[in-house]
Ligand binder design. Structure first.
Ligand code: ZN
Ligand code: ZN
Length: 283
């Protein structure tokens, strides 16, 4: 009997198995490109864990913030490019922003980053060493990175919601959280304008908690910190550019104070504090 057809099936089967395996490998293993970049970061740190965790994290997160801030500030200070103006959601607020207002906010942000960020970064290092974390030089798999970041996003939503609500109690609002709410129509850099206590408990703590609990690889933590920094800057930016996350939710919080305390809206929906943004009509 000619078994040509079954042989063809077997060949096809082996071929698809190979394809699946390759596909799986692409999904699982970080490419040598990213591994090489990570090796370079390791070498810059002198292969020293303290330098990498403490100073590496500080330089990396501060650079992400200020590089993005410069981009947003070019728009906020000049009102250009004009094409972006149709995406502004705060139609009645004065625009462009004044340089002196930006300078004042920038001073407080730098103060937080240097005088609060550096000591809390040393604490972060010691907590990580005490807890234990994936300090391997090899990057983790993509699926592990994705799952751990998803966990950190959800944890931040829960923890930040309650801390933020607590900051709205009269005493804490008056002496701590008011500084962040001075801008009713915020711009991107206002994401980090706050009292140093708020910076530590509401900004840093809910973000680093996920990676600490999971013992995440530092590269996973760094990807998550970049997502957290950029998304909070977008939510304060005052621009709703298509395909980019919606800043109206947090804008409502800045104008009404008792709505939309969370990041994603999940906890606000559970506690009945969610207000659905009317896209393009926020004043
Ligand atoms: Zn805010
Ligand atoms: Zn608030």
């Amino acid at each position: 009997m000619d078994d040509g057809l079954p042989r063809l099936y077997r060949l096809f089967d082996l071929h698809t198995m190979d394809l699946r395996k390759n596909h799986q490998q692409v999904l699982e293993t970080p490419s040598s490109f990213w591994q090489t970049q990570w090796d370079t970061v390791w070498e810059w740190s002198g292969s020293n864990e303290f330098n990498l965790v403490r100073w590496g994290t500080f330089i990396y997160t501060t650079a992400i913030f200020w590089i993005a801030a410069l981009g947003f500030l070019m728009i906020d200070l000049t009102g250009k490019p004009k094409v972006l103006q149709k995406y502004r959601i705060q139609k009645t607020s004065k625009y462009q922003v004044k340089f002196m207002d930006v300078l004042k906010a920038a001073k407080q942000i730098l103060f937080n980053q240097l005088l609060c960020g550096i000591p809390s970064g040393i604490l972060y290092y010691h907590v990580l060493i005490w807890r234990g974390y994936d300090s391997s030089r090899n990057l983790p798999t993509f699926s592990r990175i994705t799952l751990e970041i998803a966990f950190s996003i959800l944890l931040q939503e829960i923890v930040y919601y309650y801390i933020h609500r607590f900051l709205h109690t009269p005493f804490l609002f008056k002496y701590v959280h008011y500084l962040h709410h001075k801008w009713n129509s915020p711009i991107a850099i206002i994401a980090e304008l706050c009292h140093p206590l708020e910076n530590f408990f509401a900004n840093l703590f809910p973000i680093v908690l996920g990676p600490i609990l999971l013992g995440s690889h530092l590269a996973t933590s760094w990807i998550w910190y970049a997502i957290a920094i950029i998304s909070t800057m977008i939510s304060h930016s005052g621009f709703h550019i298509p395909q980019i996350p919606n800043p109206e939710i947090h804008d409502i919080h800045h104008s009404k104070h008792n709505r939309n305390y969370g990041v994603l809206g999940i906890m606000d929906r559970i506690h009945g504090t969610f207000e659905v943004p009317r896209v393009g009509k926020i004043q």
